[in-house]
Ligand binder design. Sequence first.
Ligand code: MOS
Length: 758
Amino acid sequence: MANAAAPAPGANMGEPAPRLDARLKVTGEARYASDFPVSNPAFAYLVTSTIAKGRITALDLAEARAVPGVLDILTHENTGDLKAVAFGSASTSTQQLGPEIDHDGQIVAVVLADTFEAARDAARKVRVTYAAATPSATFGAQGLTEDDATKVSERIKEAPAAGDVEVALAAADVVIDAEYATPAQHHNPIELFTTTCAWHDNRLTIYEPSQFVYGLKNSTAKKLGIDPGQVRVVSPFGGAFGAKGQLTPRTGLIALAAKRLNRPVKLVASRDQGFTIATYRAETRHHIRLGAKADGKLVGYSHEGWEISSRRDPYCVAGVEDSARLYAFGAVRTKVNIVHADRNTPGFMRSPPVVPYIYALETAMDELAAKLRMDPVEFRRVNDTMTDPVSGKPYSSRSLMQCYDEAGGAFGWKRRDPRPGAMRDGDWLIGWGCATAVYPTHVATATARVRLMPDGKVRVQSAAHELGTGAYTVIGQMAAQELGTPLSATTVELGDSDLPPAMVAGGSNTTASTCSAVMKACAAIREKLARAATTANDGPLAGRDPSQVVLKDVALTAPDGATEKLEDTFRRLGVSAIEEYAEFAPEGVKPDAVKSLYAGKGAMTGGPKGRKLMYAMGAEFVEVRINAATREIRVPRMVGAFAAGRLMNTRTARSQLMGGMIWGISSALHEATEIDKRNARYVNDNLADYMVPVNADIEEVQVILVPEEDHDVNPAGIKGLGELANVGTAAAVSNAVYHATGMRIRKLPIRIEDILPT
Ligand code: MOS
């Protein structure tokens, strides 16, 4: 990029621009996958298993087939043409329709009919006979099996370790030895899990909310045994938070159904089915030992985690990869165990690795600070580090203590009386707690195509994804800034596998990765224009240094003020538009990474993986008020300060961070998927019983953006922040509950019954 003309300085970056898609969203015009009209669709309704373990012994379809309008019913007896495809990085297959049943709510039949109502009616008349076995639901059940994650999972090849923890803890003055538990959670996106499939001349179009349209395209092709070139996935909008990142069983089934009927097929699964046909955050257990010297210096950290997965798939989040780097621990020992139960396979859910593991660590940190009689902020300051205690690698940037100082200052932390129960206001016990938020900065392969018109109109195309985070807007801002055009003249197209590929919208990599590809494409456009204008024999810029020419306001301008209108440069080039395609691959990935992105894989780096550690960080402070008599828990205020490199848009950044903290309150006090242990079945599989905070539960939430420069993470200096702020909140709330009551609750969520006076 050395020869490219310069972007105009200062334009657009960080501006709190309103969302490009705001009007579409508020008017209901934004088209979600199941909104796309297809001609004469048939409707699908799923039949799901009522047992968690066993076998289908008989299927009686007669009554269902007799429902007027029923077209066909897919079962395990007539869908043998579907191939087994790996779930995520696992080596085993996603489930077919049986006859083996390995979790409650497994799809066992798909009823197809002329209307949704007929399909639903018939689905209820499908008679399935099972030979049922006793399932193992979760921790504590008989019949669970356990694997060392490093032996079976791609996510953790080697458990982070340094020094001898036993020796270190034996020499510590103070040690915490405690166990923590987190529950299962389900995403419950407002947009249900839907799939619409339409075939035209052997080409399949899939409308499905997806966080990875190229991944879905390629994995569905594999499932159907067809060429990926025959498949297109369309998903311009979608709320997701992790559950829409990979192929689940329904997609291949609906594609097959549409092929057989020779007619488009539309499935909108019900809310309760979403609990079992998609993924979720699995429950975890943790055993932490943490030791320090009397002066507060940590000497050893041992963290063993257990995570529930399905029988077939070795899914885990393995958050020790991140927690082990967070402080100057001294010696480190970690281990992750995958515990196989008769459950559907879990998967990503906002900030998957760090949410449970950092909750456990940050609660243990507070316990140790209390035991040391040290202020919890000071305790973290004493153990702050610019190098990884495991590998010795430096952090590319780390602003953790600036975040503590800013958030603590705004919160008024100095006025805290450290004695538990000391800050009382009438009937209300007041507790103040804090914790660290941390999220690995991921950067992935990405491509983009940018077109500039002589009137300054810009079109950006990339198969990146808008999950509601503001991707359209920040990607448009990057193009506008790099081409010196207003955002209002920019069109952004995302979420379609006919566009140049981008990585899965996971790990908060989209802004950093796709914006880096857009930057490259824009630089190529500027270079082409500057060369044309300066190498011409005539014209106002003839003979100028092209690298000094700035593109702004539909004109090229040299440092001496000489300027040429863009339409003249375009005329000089003899074109009516300039279009450039660019590929971006982060440092350290394999040379064929972009090629593999086209095949639905790609590469992602960051966190602990590169030459330097790359992390975004934050500090969160929470006040809880607990009624001394009823034990009702309120959160009247919360302050978070976050440092995540360069911010593309302070408005969307603030929204993400605020939303994250609100989700953190949900994790701390409301949210859990309840499991019927006898039947391995989810109990609260609806929005009435699945508890999340409502407006009345959320009072003051203050977000502070801490400036941070980082030139190592990527060309734009961006660290993702979509998954930063819900990390640490639960621990901060839990620590505040301890401060209010003196009761240390080591599981989530914390409910009234956990803090009854003893
Ligand atoms: Mo996000 S849970 O990494 O899709």
